[in-house]
Design a protein. Sequence first.
Length: 390
Amino acid sequence: MTTRAVTASGVTTPVAAPQRSVTDLPKAHLHLHFTGSMRVATVRELAAQHGIRLPASLTTEWPPRFETADARGWFRFQRLYDAARACVRGEADMRRIVREAALDDGAEGSRWLEIQVDPTSYAPFVGGITPALEIVLDEAAAVSAEPGATQVGVIVAASRMRHPLEARTLARLAARYAGVGAGAVVGFGLSNDERRGATEEFAAAFSIARRAGLALVPHAGELLGAQAVTETLDAIAPDRLGHGVRAVEDARVLDRVVGDGVALEVCPLSNVSLGVFDRAEDVPLRRLLEAGARVALGADDPLIFGSRLADQYATARVAHGFSDIELADLARASVAVSRAPSDVRAAAERDVAAWLAKTSAPAEPGGRGLPPTSAEAPAHGRTDVPAEHY
Ligand SMILES: [Zn+2]
């Protein structure tokens, strides 16, 4: 099968023919936000249903471009995210989001999804943070039993924009639902603008989560550099970092990330969209791996960035020249650093080996070998992004 890459100038150029479908590659998805996971068609339907007018960036001008990682770019991102979140008005909407995320992820080879949710945002519509979380967990368990869906665990995420005491409340809630496998809380996170709030003030919340056996997965090292990574390692001793890519800015910090065994949830196309790096080629994926870091690729917010999970693997192939063996290693790492239960791990491990053992699928004359992974093709104009990646 021939793959083509669309360059920044819009020129389509052939690149090395991929041998295997990245969609078929079994993997785990560890960085996906609840609202940001929504299909763009879904947010439009919910907006119409609730009589909400969406910004053009979610309608005629989708997907948006932010260009800069400065406060203005983040503000625009946050405003769009808030606009999407405002369309989620109750239990049915929440269940739909979990369900579609599980089915869409499953269609892209995901065997295990850790979806990140801050129940505070939806609490007003369902009677509090406890019912909000229970709805997400209940639907996660239900959809995980369906054919074609990935298995869904849940990460409860506190926001840096809110008081650290609220984070402690959320951590206690997360701890009550801690468990193993689909429909359980498996981790505790900290999200939103890294430049807001002092990381150490959230340490007490993470201590509660740690005692409950949850994975500690705060965001750090995306909008801020290596110093923020150090502060997070000092304050929280996380299992993984959301992003963490800017640890590369200081070799000693990266060494510490590796030495401490902290995995990185790298979201290449999110980084490019938000201007953390100019082009997909600039995301330091190889440098992180060469330094010994364990990396799990994630999509972050497909609704806002216009790219889903398989697109991240396609980018590793197209922008970074990853071989199929290297892609298989990435997929294995994503499972290894996840909280997937042992049966899911074993099946994924076995099926990654089977994926590698497969020879190249012959291209169908005049068409794609496999159907697309989602209704919307990845549309990402400013860098080299795979136009076809199946
Ligand atoms: Zn994120």
